[in-house]
Design a protein around this ligand. Structure first.
Ligand code: GLU
Length: 476
């Protein structure tokens, strides 16, 4: 079988983590099987669909390295085909016009609720006589179009992740609306389940891989495939992504869209790596840190869990720091330099930049950490409490005065590690203090705090801007 899979996002919001993970599983499966991965933009909700969201979805997928084949199908361009299919269903007796008004339907649901029943359309207009229909039309009612769902029907499929699934027709909410209200001689806007079946069939989709929140839709869609005598694709329903409290990950959890993760400083490689782990268990002997291109060779739905996946920030952070650590200084600098420029920070030269990122890289978790950690090299730092405490010590002032005098005889542009080491040694001896005190005093004066990367290297970098002298002179 030729494998053809698709991602079918609705452009009513930015690319969500769950949708991106679905995209990734589709992509991995297509790569593994030598198949085709397609995109379909489900933009039939005209009011909520936006061009900017379509762009956000394309950008997010591209950023993650999830490339698609062929040009995307735009669902709204196929509305005539959808309506034609609805007409066929009506002509064949699988669908009908339902004139029940919203208030009648509300009343029906209220009664069901009072009797402890789940809300369900009671198929009241399934068998209207032509006279009854004429009466509704004369009364100015506009119908929806409903697809018949038999209560007795059992629907089964072999899910690639969840195994054999069976749904009963009676649990699908009654005859399903497939087109919105419109004058009786027209067909209203076609709705989700109908258009998905029409499009998946037209796109010759072999496998439908999507979130488990679509299970009931799958049952309904199988009925549509059967009525239309179309090939039924194979289904795989991926587990939900939950937050740390075990609830479905939602906007309330803060960050959920791919562009936000990017903005926070996560790398595309760590994101793609982590999303694969959201539901897929790594086979024995394979490291959890991988590139998706490597995993596509071994990906299989056998290793996708049925149980929901919990979003784990610690693991994502760990992966991101791994990715940053694996980057060459050149690549890390390429990631950071645009952010430096946004802050108005310019490198004295490329080599200096490479030294800086080599120095701070090992302690970075997010790309954006590089900004905070680089800041004291470009801007006067604020004094932290521990820095303040250090600088009021009497000996600190003596040490800094000594260092400054020595620095005045040295060329800032040529200041080297050996110079820094020598100065610290001399100060320790000549001021009769401990080396630790000398180092802490210098660090506090230069960077405002007692924490940070290697002092000698940091100092040498700072001296390239001659900033070490001005900073020390503030505290003597
Ligand atoms: N537009 C639907 C969604 O975003 C697509 C579901 C499907 O894959 O059929 O949930």
């Amino acid at each position: 079988m030729k494998v053809r899979v698709r991602l079918a996002p609705s452009p009513t919001g930015t690319l969500h983590l769950g949708t991106a993970r679905t995209a990734l599983f589709n992509w991995l499966f297509a790569k593994k099987e030598g198949g085709t991965f397609l995109l379909r933009i489900e933009d039939t909700d005209i009011e909520r669909s936006k061009e900017e969201y379509i762009k956000n979805i394309y950008d997010g997928l591209e950023w993650l390295g999830i490339n698609w084949d062929e040009s995307p199908t735009i669902q709204s361009e196929r509305v005539n085909e959808h309506k034609q299919i609805i007409k066929t269903l009506i002509d064949k007796g699988f669908a009908y016009k339902c004139y029940a008004s919203e208030s009648e339907l509300d009343e029906m649901r209220e009664t069901q609720k009072k009797n402890g029943l789940a809300p369900k359309y009671d198929n009241r207009h399934r068998n209207l006589t032509p006279e009854q229909e004429a009466e509704f039309i004369n009364a100015g009612r506009e119908p929806v179009i409903r697809f018949k769902i038999s209560n007795q029907k059992l629907i089964s499929w072999n899910d690639l992740i969840r195994g054999k699934m069976t749904w009963s027709g009676k649990d699908l909410g009654g005859d399903m609306v497939i087109a919105r209200r419109a004058p009786a001689d027209l067909i209203g806007d076609p709705l989700y389940n109908l258009v998905v079946v029409a499009d998946d069939s037209a796109m010759q989709i072999s496998h439908v891989i999507r979130g488990e929140d679509h299970l009931a839709n799958t049952a309904k869609q199988i009925l549509l495939y059967e009525a239309l005598d179309l090939n039924i694709p194979i289904f795989a329903h991926t587990p939900l992504i939950l937050n740390s409290e075990g609830k479905k990950l939602s906007k309330r959890d803060g960050v959920t869209s791919i562009s936000e993760f990017k903005k926070m400083g996560y790398t595309s490689e760590a994101m793609a790596n982590y999303m694969t782990l959201l539901g897929w268990s790594v086979p024995e002997g394979i490291n959890e840190r991988f590139k998706i291109s490597e995993i596509s060779e071994i990906f299989s739905f056998k290793k996708v869990n049925k149980a929901s996946a919990k979003f784990d920030w610690d693991k994502l952070n760990w992966l991101n720091s791994q990715v940053i650590n694996e980057m060459s200084a050149q690549t890390l600098l390429e990631n950071l330099d645009p952010l430096f420029k946004e802050n108005g920070w310019y490198l004295p030269n490329q080599e200096w930049g490479l030294h800086l990122v080599t120095l701070i890289g090992p302690s970075m978790v997010l790309i954006n950490d590089g900004i905070n950690q680089s800041k004291p090299f470009f801007e006067e730092p604020e004094l932290s409490n521990d820095g303040k405490k250090q600088l009021v010590i009497k000996e600190s002032k003596v040490i800094l005065k000594y260092i400054l005098e020595k620095l005045e005889n040295l060329d800032a542009a040529l200041f080297s590690k050996d110079d820094a080491v020598g100065l610290i040694k001399d100060a320790t001896k000549d001021c009769s203090v401990k080396k630790g005190l000398v180092m802490k005093s210098i660090r506090a004066a230069l960077f405002g705090t007692l924490n940070g990367p290697d002092l000698i290297q940091s100092w040498v970098l700072l001296s390239r801007f001659s900033k070490d002298r001005t900073r020390i002179s503030r505290f003597i």
